[in-house]
Design a protein around this ligand. Structure first.
Ligand code: SAM
Length: 219
């Protein structure tokens, strides 16, 4: 084998190894955030879920996909409600409500009113039927609505379990509409630029030992 061929093979192998290393770092490493907050790993479970299976929703061209459906474990939901100190005077908005569990738990456990928004009719219907089963229909409302265009001004608590860039996208809406004293809680991904509004950060292990992070803000 000529030197040139050997050299070419070596170069190709180095490039392949660098590529594999970069991919491993990207998938397992923690990212740094622009505002200097500690970085948090993008949830691979969420990344792996396809939006396609929920495609019976609104016209996709009209909506911004903030995250695929992945439910917040109930132990994390309970911690979120506890950290936000939710009670019967609260109106809890879950932007991207999935099966409605956060809003329903807020009504069931704390007596709060709540509104859940989702762009997929099947999640809105599922939330409504779950609310009926839980006996909290009179306290909650689920709407087929794009959260990026929603009126959330009456909310006293807003919960988000969305992709990191979606939190960033919703930030101006939250800053513009929320009343002083309102509480925003994000699951697993912090709100970029809100380091000074952060009240607390808590880690919770779910039943499978997986760690979840919850960020509480008073914007
Ligand atoms: C990760 S799930 C969270 C579900 C629920 N909030 C929870 O924590 O269990 C994100 C949800 O956001 C919904 N979603 C995605 N884009 C949306 C948008 N533009 N407006 C409203 N909901 C959206 C998805 O359909 C999905 O149900």
């Amino acid at each position: 084998m000529s030197d040139l061929v050997k050299r070419t093979i070596e170069i190709v192998m180095v490039i392949v190894l660098i590529g594999i290393g970069a991919a491993v770092l990207l998938l397992t490493g923690e990212s740094k955030n622009q505002d200097g907050n500690p970085g948090y790993r993008v949830d691979l479970d969420m990344q792996g879920v396809s939006l396609g299976e929920n495609s019976a929703g609104l016209d996709p061209t009209d909506t911004v996909k903030l995250a695929p459906f992945l439910p917040t474990p109930m132990c994390v939901v309970e911690k979120m409600l506890e950290l936000a100190d939710v009670d019967e005077d609260d109106i809890v908005y879950d932007l991207g409500c999935g099966d409605g569990r956060i809003v329903i738990a807020a009504a069931e456990k704390c007596g709060a009113h709540g509104v859940g928004l989702d762009i997929y009719p099947q999640w809105v219907k599922k939330s409504q039927s779950n609310a009926k089963k839980a006996g909290v229909e009179s306290l909650v409302e689920f709407r087929l609505e794009d959260a990026t265009m929603a009126d959330i001004s009456e909310a006293t608590v807003v919960t988000l379990y969305l992709l990191p860039e979606s939190n960033d996208l919703l930030r101006p809406l939250l800053e513009k509409q929320l009343k002083p004293g309102a509480c925003v809680i994000t699951h697993n991904y912090h709100m970029p630029g809100w380091g000074d509004k952060e009240v607390c950060v808590e880690s919770i292990k779910d039943e499978f030992g997986k760690e979840h992070t919850v960020f509480v803000y008073r914007p």
